[in-house]
Design a binder for this molecule. Structure first.
Ligand code: MLC
Ligand code: AMP
Length: 505
């Protein structure tokens, strides 16, 4: 039975003893072993009642088993919905309820807290721990090592990834098999990945970058990955000599540059470093080349579109640019008001169209219509321009978004919470420069007349409801928020005034 994503990424490696994952202490998972585990998990998921098209939500630590859950979902036609391990129960409740996930897979340590979340939306709770144990793996233990791959077409959904919205409500981006497969094919070719590649994988696997860019590329090329649970600086430095390539967010590279052990010799053999998910400062690009002799290849993507543009593999990788549209991707710059294409060199909104562009937001036809034009162009909300040599530059955002260490944070979500706190009249949340995370969150609070704000209590409310990376790193009380003549809060003024807050952090 045909299932293009499974067949191309996974199925064609059946029986191959070549390494797929390199783990701690020299342990290796071969393609064959991985696919046998995948089949057993696919049987277990089927046994739990999941049929093709159903959703499985997973908030689990990075492990070979967690990756096999992704593969099993593809093989069984189940829509995979990975979730940031930092999300709180409150946040998870929304994702599970909105997606209608039939199974919520979580770490055993969170079972107590998440049982209510699962019960509220009628999902079955299963566990998968960081060490690969748990009720899912128990259920899969004695099941067959072959699974009849579910028939799927290129337009069938493969994954949901939730991305926050400017209104504070997260949107489930629906990604089809074609979206994922076409992008992986283009990237393998563009970045010259082969079966000889060993990718140092230190990204989380619940986002586009670590899952669909890094993992899918290696699967398609038939290479292998040094699979680290997270970005641990010591391990990265220790293992770089065994890798050919690494993908990272800019924070990876600024942290490495801060480390005297990160030398030219250490990475002389490397073939490729790529960066994305957040802007790479031109100064980081330059410092990296001075230190190592390598020019980082910066590319630009989104949850809704996978990868859109890339600097060239051969040819000039230009600092401060995200390169050219990838093969098959059309990109234009348009006027935010009229939607008309602007002259070359002018700044406008970046719009993209191609097989990489998602199928819309789950259960949100109006949001989909606002951002995805009938002619197929997706309005990214990023502001950019195309220079005289065709390189795309991202110059800002037309959306109220903070990117901290590669994680997206929508101020509205935090403002809604701050506004509810005792004594708060109104709030504004902005991103200010941060030496480690690129940007970080600062909350400005205006008290009601005569109220004295309990800042610790307010910070505590954020801790309870929101993932750690969204917590304001500072709360500042103001008498009033700066507004323009139309009454709109001028976040740019706050951002400029407080831009030095973390200068020496
Ligand atoms: C962790 N923390 C963060 C954070 N990550 N806070 C703000 N922003 C982040 N990104 C918290 C921790 O919980 C901790 O809290 C404190 O900050 C410092 O922890 P740390 O040890 O420095 O965290 P670390 O584990 O090192 O994480 C930093 C990181 C990680 C940069 C390595 O965030 C990361 O791997 N980011 C990658 C994100 C990513 O993959 N994005 C792709 C999105 S896809 P405390 O309480 O201890 O202080 C996409 C499309 C595309 O955007 O184009 O790719
Ligand atoms: P996400 O919704 O997490 O997929 O984040 C997508 C956003 O990350 C994009 O809309 C951009 O704003 C930003 N982004 C991704 N790659 C880059 C890059 N190389 N430079 C600047 N911003 C980027």
């Amino acid at each position: 039975m045909a299932n293009p994503l499974y067949d191309n990424l996974f199925g064609r490696h059946a029986g191959q003893t070549a390494p797929f994952l390199h783990l701690a202490e020299g342990a290796v998972v071969s393609y064959d072993a991985f696919l046998r585990l995948t089949a057993r998990i696919a049987h277990a998921l089927r046994g739990a009642g999941l049929a093709p098209g159903d959703r499985l939500a997973a908030q689990v630590e990075k492990s070979p088993e967690a990756l096999a859950v992704y593969a099993a979902c593809v093989q069984a036609g189940i829509v995979f919905l990975p979730l940031n391990t930092g999300y709180t129960g409150d946040e998870l409740g929304y994702f599970v309820g909105d997606s209608g996930a039939k199974v919520l897979l979580c770490d055993g340590a969170k079972m107590g807290a998440l049982q209510t979340v699962a019960d509220q939306s009628g999902a079955i709770l299963m566990t998968l721990n960081a060490d690969g144990t748990g009720t899912l793996v128990d259920a899969a233990k004695d099941l067959p090592e072959r699974f009849e791959t579910a028939a799927r077409g290129e337009d069938d959904l493969a994954a949901f990834l939730y991305t926050s919205g400017t209104t504070g409500r997260s949107k489930g981006a629906m990604l089809t098999q074609r979206n994922l497969l076409s992008n992986a094919e283009v990237l393998v070719e563009s970045w010259r990945f082969t079966r000889d590649d060993v990718l140092l994988h230190a990204l989380p696997i619940f986002h586009t970058h670590g899952l669909f860019v890094a993992t899918n590329i290696i699967l398609l090329a038939g290479g292998s990955m040094i699979f680290l649970p997270k970005f641990e600086q010591d391990r990265v430095i220790e293992l770089l000599p065994r890798a050919t390539s690494m993908m990272g967010v800019p924070t990876f590279y600024t942290r490495l540059l801060d480390d005297p052990r990160f030398t030219r010799d250490l990475v002389a053999h490397m073939r490729l470093f790529t960066s994305g998910s957040a802007p790479l400062l031109a100064e980081t690009h330059v410092a990296f080349e001075e230190r190592t002799g390598h020019r980082i290849l910066e590319r630009y993507g989104m949850t809704e579109t996978n990868m859109n543009t890339s600097n060239p593999y051969e040819g000039a990788r230009r600092a401060g640019t995200v390169g050219f549209p990838l093969p098959g991707v059309e990109l234009k710059i348009t006027d935010p008001q009229t939607g008309a294409e602007v002259p070359q060199g002018d700044i406008g909104i970046i719009e993209v169209r191609g097989p990489n562009v998602f199928a819309g937001y789950w259960n949100m036809p109006e949001k989909t219509a606002e951002e995805l034009r009938a002619n197929g162009f997706f309005i990214t909300g990023d502001l950019g321009m195309i220079d005289d040599q065709g390189y795309v530059q991202i110059v800002g955002r037309n959306k109220d978004l903070i990117i901290s260490g590669g994680y997206n944070i929508y101020p509205k979500e935090i403002e809604l919470l701050l506004d509810e706190q005792p004594g708060v009249l109104e709030s504004a949340v902005v991103g200010v420069p941060h030496p480690d995370f690129g940007e970080t969150v600062v909350g400005f609070l205006v008290p009601q007349k005569g109220a004295v704000l309990d800042l610790d209590g307010i910070a505590g409310a954020a801790v309870k409801s929101l993932a750690r990376f969204k917590h304001p790193r500072k709360l500042i009380v103001l008498e009033e928020l700066p507004r323009n003549t139309m009454g709109k809060v001028q976040k740019n003024i706050l951002r400029a005034e407080y831009s030095g807050l973390f200068a020496s952090a």
